[in-house]
Design a binder for this molecule. Structure first.
Ligand code: GDP
Length: 448
């Protein structure tokens, strides 16, 4: 469903994410493009607006964490805002009530209500070993009742025997009573749908709700209908106490607008997704997974998260200050190497960045984890005084350090040379707009 949106957004963010420095104007421009992409994906205008405003404010106000580029930071902010718009945490169906727990299924005709009823029943029965009874309340369409009975047989779940001439409310009462007497855990009530939202339908659904006192009221909407799905949801939520939304046909080529607008517009969580006509085509809705699907940048998001987790911010700030004032000593270099190893080393860092596979090969000798550990060992073999005064390390000291680190003096030279190169570069980068932070030098050196 999200292909179009996904292609557009990843295109926009791809351009941002490699950039070392981003100006406010860059962010503004990117947000204009994001806004266009969301509108084309049929996301409700109010949602688009609040989305892009949030991202812009967060991106401009954000302190870029060490070891990621500002572009990568923006990717993470877009991702997090997307997750938030989609509803943050997935909300599961709730069965915490005295059985038989009534579930009311509502929605327009053709939205996939009956199919979804049977899918949920199958899942409850097979995965959670619940005893489920299903009943169709569609008194106007005998074919709908038949359809549920057929699906019931197919998935091995009981359906309430059809009795001609009963009203929807009467059937609902009979279903709940039969479920109680029969020792069922769950009773699913599949209400009648109409092709459009109309007053008679709403009145009937509301009446059934009063009679059956459902624990969950699931609204089934067709994702292919885009913003209409959201409007339908708005009408239903005004009349019945909808507890969750099931978005069907996400296997189709819908543009994603319904999924993105639903929570923000109706305040109701999407709980499930219908992913095929088949009875096992039902998935839990996880905002973060969907956001990853849309952005296709899970790697970068976890990179930023990992970096944020493993890097000591205060230490980072202190080092950053020293760097800018040109005092970058070997203690600081050792801290940087430690941090790199913390976030999974060079291999881990590279593996998480798409498009750097080639570079990874080139760096394999020069900057792999073994090399980092070797360099660290060299610094560890120095005295604190030597670390603060690398210029004073003469041939004699060099040999002693090499011995202590279990390598040759040429390794010590390499570390000293690397430190000098970085210290110079950092001094040069101290100007306004420069990429800062303890990893900035390394990141720059490797062109990250
Ligand atoms: P109802 O009128 O709301 O009860 O809708 P139905 O359950 O009869 O579904 C209408 C049609 O949509 C049927 O042909 C279903 O097989 C199909 N359908 C339902 N859910 C999905 C879905 O998630 N994906 C796809 N591809 N088809 C679906």
């Amino acid at each position: 469903m999200f292909e179009g949106l996904s292609t557009r957004l990843s295109g926009i963010l791809d351009r941002l994410k490699g950039r070392g420095a981003l100006s406010e104007a860059d962010v503004q421009e990117a947000m204009r493009e994001v806004r266009r992409a969301l509108l084309e994906a049929d996301v409700a205008l109010e949602v688009v607006r609040s989305f892009t405003d949030k991202v812009r404010d967060r991106a401009i106000g954000a302190e870029v964490i060490k070891s990621v580029t500002p572009g990568q930071m923006v990717v993470k902010i877009v991702h997090d805002t997307l997750v938030e718009t989609l509803g943050t945490d997935g909300v599961a169906l709730d069965f915490q009530a005295v059985p038989p727990v009534p579930i009311l299924m509502v929605g327009l005709q053709g939205s996939g209500k009956t199919t979804t009823t049977a899918k949920i029943a199958k899942r409850l029965f097979e995965k959670q070993k619940k005893k489920v009874l299903m009943a169709s309340l569609d008194t106007r369409r005998p074919a709908a009742m038949e359809q549920l009975a057929v699906l019931g047989k197919q998935v091995g779940v009981d359906t309430l025997p059809i009795v001609a001439g009963q009203s929807a409310v009467q059937i609902a009462r009979r279903a709940v009573e039969a479920a109680r007497l029969g020792g069922y855990d769950v009773v699913m009530l599949d209400t009648a749908g109409r092709t459009h939202v109309d007053e008679a339908l709403m009145a009937e659904v509301a009446e059934v709700e009063r009679a059956a006192k459902p624990h969950e009221v699931l609204l089934v909407v067709d994702s292919l209908t885009g913003q209409d799905a959201v409007n339908v949801a708005r009408s239903f939520t005004g009349r019945v106490n909808v507890t969750g939304v099931v978005l069907t046909r996400v296997d189709g080529d819908g543009r994603g607008g319904a999924a993105l607008s639903m929570r923000a517009v109706t305040g109701k969580p999407i709980k499930l997704l219908g992913t095929s006509e088949k009875m096992d085509g039902l998935e839990d809705f996880h905002p973060s997974r969907i956001a990853n699907r849309i952005l296709g940048m899970g790697d970068i998001v976890s990179l930023v998260e990992k970096a944020a987790e493993s890097i000591d911010a205060e230490k980072g700030m202190a080092i950053a200050k020293r760097m800018q004032s040109g005092q970058f000593n070997l203690e600081d270099l050792k801290d940087q190497l430690d941090q790199m190893l913390n976030i999974g080393g060079m291999q881990g860092l590279m593996g998480m960045l798409p498009g750097v596979k080639n570079m990874q090969k080139q760096l394999a000798g020069a900057m792999d984890d073994k090399a980092i550990k070797r360099q660290r060992a060299v610094i560890q073999a120095m005295t604190p005084w030597e670390r603060r005064n690398p210029k004073e390390i003469d041939g004699k000291r060099r040999r002693r350090i090499a011995k202590g680190a279990g390598t040759g003096p040429e390794e010590v030279n390499k570390v000293l040379k690397m430190h000098r190169g970085m210290a110079d570069m950092m001094k040069a980068m101290g100007g306004p707009g420069a990429k800062r932070g303890p990893m900035a030098g390394l990141a720059n050196m490797f062109g990250l």
